[in-house]
Design a binder for this molecule. Structure first.
Ligand code: ZN
Ligand code: ZN
Length: 288
């Protein structure tokens, strides 16, 4: 058995960013200029403005900020929401969500299925549809705005169902910010060669990132079949396999785990800190 490790061990920058942001261009309360300034003030390295069915060209705003602006929009009308990232123009909200993903990919972009557990039945994105669709890179496993809406912000349950059925999809954490109070609830930290759009998006497409609501991971390494994790502000580190079953936990800010192959196709790691702070690594898939 080989363990597929998406992470790099050297020659990279850790860069922090949010891909899901609304402004007055759709239903956000702040202008793109105000939103960009607010994220920059919080120390972000990259940001995508992803208004509902509207494209805000990064080129119009890049001169205002040191952050790398990533082109995106949130395909919203006529079905469950899909984040279209690294696109060139707005992706039409076709009711056939497979077409939305295909058009996103044809533009050179990548698609993320948004907030599956939003709304009172925890079913904004039906699992059956997530299982039918192909060509998307991942799902939102944390969506910050749901902290004040109906449903569950967390969707690692949906992720484990997909992963356990053999799908290989990454897990993303986003604010989905509409108001100032929504900022900096969930973000992704990528391992990128540099600060360019291409380097950041390459990491986001290929799982070279972890998702976080406050815990910082400083080491993600695999040697033979052993995983090494360090997260300075974590209090518990958990190693999970298929269906989200826990195989080991350690109450410390460093931990290791020897993968046996009995975990069911993949292992992933969750780190918990104070309060609701957490971080999620991407899955390490088994091959052979
Ligand atoms: Zn949405
Ligand atoms: Zn949104």
């Amino acid at each position: 058995m080989t363990l597929l490790n998406p992470y790099l061990s050297r020659n990279f920058l850790w860069l922090r960013g949010n891909l899901h942001t609304h402004t007055t261009v759709s239903d956000g309360v702040a202008s793109p200029e105000e939103v960009i300034a607010a994220y920059e003030q919080k120390g972000y390295d990259f940001l995508a403005i992803s208004d509902h069915d509207a494209f805000v060209p990064p080129g119009d705003y890049q001169a205002l900020t040191k952050m790398t602006l990533i082109p995106a929009d949130e395909v919203s009308r006529h079905g469950p929401h899909i984040l279209a990232v690294q696109i060139r123009e707005v992706v039409p909200p076709d009711a056939d969500r497979q077409k939305v993903i295909d058009v996103t990919n044809a533009q050179g972009g990548f698609a993320i299925l948004n907030h599956p557990n939003w709304q009172k039945h925890f079913n904004h994105f039906p699992q059956e549809l997530m299982e039918q669709l192909t060509g998307y890179v991942g799902i939102e496993i944390y969506n910050g705005v749901i902290e004040r809406l109906e449903g569950s912000a967390l969707a690692t349950d949906r992720w484990d169902r997909l992963l356990s059925s053999g799908r290989r999809v990454w897990g993303y954490a986003h604010d989905d910010s509409h108001r100032p109070g929504d900022l900096a609830r969930g973000w992704n930290v990528v391992q990128a060669a540099d600060r360019s759009v291409n380097a950041i998006c390459d990491a986001l497409r290929h799982g070279r990132f972890y998702a976080s609501t406050g815990v910082t991971i400083t080491r993600i390494e695999v040697r033979d079949h052993t995983l090494f994790i360090a997260a300075p502000n974590a209090q518990r580190i958990r190693f999970l396999g298929a269906w989200g079953k826990e195989f080991r936990y350690v109450d410390a800010n460093e931990a290791e785990y020897k993968v046996t192959g009995d975990e069911g196709g993949y292992v992933r790691v969750e780190c918990f800190g104070a309060g609701v702070q957490a971080a999620w690594t991407q899955p390490f898939y088994f091959e052979g």
